[in-house]
Design a protein around this ligand. Structure first.
Ligand code: ZN
Length: 241
């Protein structure tokens, strides 16, 4: 099976459509979505519809649960809180029900998906270092755990002795090792590269490839400004931060 694994679309329809377009030639069998379909961008309804249409196995991000009022966004930044409120006002009850029904953890074969970490996934902690990675490896039953939330792609590898961080790079998975892979963000990358980011995992070949896809950033920015969302949410798309 070939899986497209992606995260943090954040209501950026231009980025989401560009990614799905780019994946058309890559013989994808199944889509895995690692959370945050809404929040920050101007097209939450269209992005939820597209996510349902492709039949992705999906888990909840903190923005998904906040927009459905399952989570109080107390520790969100001011811009993020404004975006949560705006999203709440612009999606339907049916979409809120869909978002609140997203599970925290998804499992498929040798894959586990969680937005933040497997240690109390409902707290949406960030996979920032080896200690966080160890906490997730301790709870991981599969070979690979795909995560998002940081909006920066990267890899933690667990060998018999230790956990090692590697920058995002194409991987040939090795027997006896396990992996936590941050797939980056489709709709709001924060690694100084404005292009949408995602991974393709081929379980027969045992490979993970990172992909970057250029999209129409200017259109996404215009929509954010026209919607009355904070201007910084438009600015940061071009900066990749
Ligand atoms: Zn996010």
């Amino acid at each position: 099976m070939r899986y497209a694994v992606f995260s943090d679309v954040h209501a950026n329809l231009e980025a989401f459509e560009a990614v799905l377009g780019a994946l058309k030639t890559l013989a994808i069998d199944k889509y895995l979505f690692v959370g945050d379909i809404v929040g920050y961008g101007a097209d939450p309804r269209e992005c939820v519809a597209l996510l349902k249409q492709i039949g992705a196995l999906s888990v909840a991000g903190n923005h998904d649960w906040a927009a459905a009022r399952l989570l109080e966004p107390d520790d969100f930044t001011e811009n993020a809180q404004e975006a949560v409120l705006w999203t709440w006002e612009h999606i339907t009850d049916a979409e809120k029900t869909f978002l609140s029904g997203l599970p925290l953890v998804g499992e498929q074969g040798d894959i586990c998906c969680v937005h933040g970490t497997l240690f109390h996934p409902e707290e949406f902690d960030y996979m920032t270092d080896g200690y966080k990675a160890m906490g997730t490896f301790d709870r991981l039953k599969q070979k690979i755990c795909f995560v998002g939330h940081l909006h920066r792609p990267g890899i933690f590898v667990e060998t018999e002795e230790r956990v090692v961080f590697k920058p995002a790079q194409d991987l040939a998975l090795q027997a006896g090792k396990r992996y936590i892979i941050n797939v980056g963000s489709v709709g709001q990358p924060r690694d100084a590269d404005q292009r949408a980011c995602l991974c393709v995992y081929d379980d027969a070949a045992s490979t993970v490839e990172f992909r970057r896809v250029a999209y129409d950033v200017a259109s996404a920015q215009k929509k954010i400004l026209a919607a009355g969302l904070p201007a910084y949410l438009a600015e940061r798309l071009i900066l990749g931060e």
